[in-house]
Design a binder for this molecule. Sequence first.
Ligand SMILES: [Fe+2]
Ligand SMILES: [Fe+2]
Length: 469
Amino acid sequence: MSAIDLNDKIPNNVGLAGDRKLQRALERWQPQFIEWWKQMGPVAHQDDDVYLRTAVSVGKDGWANFDYVKMPDYRWGIFLADPEPDRRVGFGDRKGEPVWSDVPGEFRSDLRRLIVVQGDTEPASVEQQRHLCSTAPSLYDMRNLFQINVEEGRHLWAMVYLLHAYFGRDGRDEADMLLERHSGDADNPRILGAFNEPTPDWLSFFMFTYFTDRDGKFQLASLAESGFDPLARTCQFMLKEEAHHMFVGAGGIGRVVQRTVELMQAHDTTDVAPYGGINIDTLQRYLNLHYSVSLDLFGAETSTNAANYFAAGLKGRFQESRRDDDHQLRDAEVETPEVADGRIATRTVAALSALNLGLRSDYTDDCQKGVDRWNRILAPVGLELTLPHVGFHRAVGAFGGSSITPDGRLVSADEWQASRDRWLPSDGDRAHVTSLMVPVTEPGKMASWVAPPATGIATKPVEFEYVRA
Ligand SMILES: [Fe+2]
Ligand SMILES: [Fe+2]
């Protein structure tokens, strides 16, 4: 089941050759996808050889096969994790029933919506990042950017396969629209706000891959629990690829911090901007921005949709099967935040209604791990990065529209605005970061603001020519 024939027009492990109608429909979508990639993918280097990872099977060894490939020739395909025999719905009202290999009629529109929203984020990030290749701080980083881009393209394929295979005419229409909406397009934007913001520089890119791709990890992990088995299996495989994206963010920010510490020590100052570095307070402001907009992606703390998805067995919690409760949450209650009477308080609600809050809290715990690692690098200079309060700079949910400081104080809108440039990237921060975005294309060399990685990709050294014309 897990073998993939890369010579197939559309590489897959779903037996596409045995379903001519589906195969033909996807083969009609394929040239539109390639056209989209050429129009909206990386603005340069499309004819270069890039040292990329391609899946040749979904098993332990086969999914990470490294070789030079030109991006438009990347073998985008449809890969599902192998089925788990006798898998059962693990949560909700249908807990214990066999999982569904087809879409139950009553959940058709909910499932389609979940798949479309997830699918829309994948090409959106490629669009957001398309100019970054012109200012890559090293060939190693440029290669990582392209790896992420081609895999986000494959994640789009993963969702388009589900739409074509299980949702008939509506699904095919939705698949077409996934290529018609574009990030930041005034008339036809991407569905979620954070995916319409540009990723203007590499510091933003590292922050995006750490904080925003991590939202993706949590959404995929909860869909990987789905009772709709094809969705669960496709998300399980996507999560393997997603891990690299977050590594790029965690490692990238760690290397920026490392470089800043080196410059601070060499010049005996906290202001490393004159030496081509990025100050820790600037990093903190970028972190505050990307963390807060990523929190908004989890939606309102309490949500009837989320409760319905869970009860129906469509979308579980993070690591559902590792939890030792009843997986139905019929009587459970939790505390959810609220802003009332001029203060931040909590109220008690049914746990089932607060699943978004739960997923967001798990996300925050996961984000903290990277911050702890960066702080170990910072320890010698006695500085720290911190995650701001969850209410800071929020547009969605209980804190939406409230003026909350990074340390969690509710203040007046005027007071908040007056301090904005201390908390979020200022024009000065952006101008300095932009000034550092000069391309470095000599193998093994790094831009002034970022330390080299500890190791290269797969078995290759850092100074390997990861992208060659
Ligand atoms: Fe993705
Ligand atoms: Fe990703």
